[in-house]
Design a protein around this ligand. Structure first.
Ligand code: NDP
Length: 419
């Protein structure tokens, strides 16, 4: 018997809700709380008669601490799954501490307004001292480690696929395949086609901020920043074929570098089609990716939020997306004195995801690990308190759950290397 609140009701949350409802003996009571309540009610109606989970819905503004506390105190969840926007991670973590419940999210904190002076000062110091320029970083959420520890609660940070499963793959490789890991390349390939000239497969604001930022990789204890999309190459992905992939900065590089100090190099690559890059550059050039408020006919608008309103909702792409995703980790290192390579990945089919839970595979590959992460906490498989990332926990029950609930792994010991 577990009571769970899911905040947000977009692409990722919708998959997590469906998956929780498949495990109705564990997720017995679920409250879906989001900004637009009719989306919550629609999913509740769709699931009527298909699950024994008792679903309730409510409207919430995740930026309102008092409203969050009121909801958490009334509903008394064991865990709050924050599957909305990363802008609200800290405030939801505060509310979880106040109301004694576990916390889970799928993306590292970043602020909505990147020109806010206090945040900006700390950001500029970090860029200078640490050397990567992304708006997100884990330092804000790591500051909650002790607060959660003291209360005996878990804040599971970044439990989607990447971040999330990729870190479980790191812990799994370290536990079963290597005595020492030397290098890691995380490859995220979306071979799906939705038929639009331009759309993003997850929240457009977060996606476009991530892709248009400078890239970064970690080597020999240092961060190396490179201009956005300046490092690119082709890779032939199982189940997808040859794709162009680009080096990006991604949040799990930061936590893996911290938790696996032996590692010499970590890189992250994501595939993009030529049309996506061309559109994104054009939108950037005309100012539509700006995150600061501008005056428009007497109103303040934030260009990237206006753009989001124009673009297809990622949650609506499921029916029209065909093809597969392939996301995984290629390692080099040493086992029993011998050098070895190891590639572990998952392939997920967009149409199979749609047939199962009405969503495309990018939402599926994020929502399933979120459900599995909550399952680990509710079942007590993961019980070390604190604000922690996925590689800090035993990977075995989590990877077993992923195998069972829709994201099975494939392993190979002779992968084609990135370079
Ligand atoms: P969507 O835009 O589809 O959904 C976001 C949801 O949050 C919407 O339901 C939205 O409400 C709700 N929301 C926004 N603001 C508020 C607010 N102030 N109060 C309450 N609810 C709010 O995004 P996705 O589902 O695609 O992505 C969700 C998260 O998952 C993002 O943080 C994204 O970065 C992350 N992600 C992580 C991945 C991983 O592998 N780790 C991969 C993909 C995504 P409304 O319906 O009103 O707009």
């Amino acid at each position: 018997m577990s009571r769970v609140i899911i905040i947000g009701c977009g692409g990722v949350a919708s998959v997590a809700i469906h998956k929780c409802c498949q495990l109705d003996d564990v997720f017995t009571d679920l409250c879906i709380a989001s900004r637009t309540v009719f989306k919550c009610d629609k999913i509740k109606d769709d699931l009527k008669g298909k699950t024994k989970t008792n679903i309730t819905t409510c409207q919430i503004d995740a930026s309102d601490f008092d409203a969050l506390c009121k909801l958490f105190k009334e509903y008394k969840p064991e865990i709050v799954m924050n599957l909305g926007m990363p802008y609200y991670n800290l405030i939801i973590m505060d509310a979880c501490l106040e109301c004694n419940c576990h916390y889970l999210d799928t993306a590292a904190y970043e602020p909505m307004d990147v020109d806010e002076p206090v945040w900006r000062k700390r950001y500029e110091k970090r860029v200078k001292e640490v050397g990567f320029t992304a708006y997100f970083d884990y330092s804000y959420q790591y500051e909650y480690r002790e607060k959660f520890e003291k209360k005996g609660l878990i804040a599971l940070l970044g439990c989607g696929f990447d971040p999330g499963v990729t870190q479980a793959y790191v812990a799994y490789a370290k536990k079963h395949e290597f005595d020492r890991i030397d290098t890691l390349d995380i490859l995220d390939c979306n071979g799906g086609d939705h038929g639009y000239a331009f759309a993003t497969n997850f929240n457009p604001e977060i996606n476009l901020r991530e892709v248009s930022s400078d890239g970064a990789y970690y080597e020999d204890g240092k961060w190396h920043s490179v201009p956005a999309l300046s490092i690119h190459q082709k890779y032939n992905f199982d189940g997808v074929g040859e794709k162009d992939m680009y080096l990006l900065h991604h949040e799990e590089i930061e936590s893996i570098a911290l938790n696996l100090p032996e590692i010499k190099r970590i890189r992250f690559y994501m595939t993009f089609g030529e049309s996506y890059i061309r559109h994104m550059k054009c939108l950037e050039n005309v100012g539509l990716l700006r995150t600061d408020p501008i005056d428009f006919e007497g109103h303040k608008i934030i260009p990237i939020q206006f753009l989001k309103a124009l673009l297809p909702d990622p949650a609506s792409l499921g029916e029209r997306t065909v093809g597969k995703t392939n996301i995984g980790c290629i390692f080099t290192g040493v086992k029993d004195g011998k050098e070895k390579k190891y590639y572990i990945y998952n392939m997920c089919d967009h149409q199979e995801s749609y047939l199962e839970v009405n969503s495309q595979a990018v939402s599926y590959t994020t929502g399933v690990p979120a459900m599995c992460g909550a399952l680990m906490i509710l079942k007590g498989y993961w019980n070390t308190p604190g604000a922690r990332t996925v590689e800090e926990y035993n990977p075995d029950p989590f990877i077993e759950a992923l195998d069972k609930y829709g994201l099975p792994k494939t392993e190979t010991y002779d992968p084609v290397m990135v370079d």
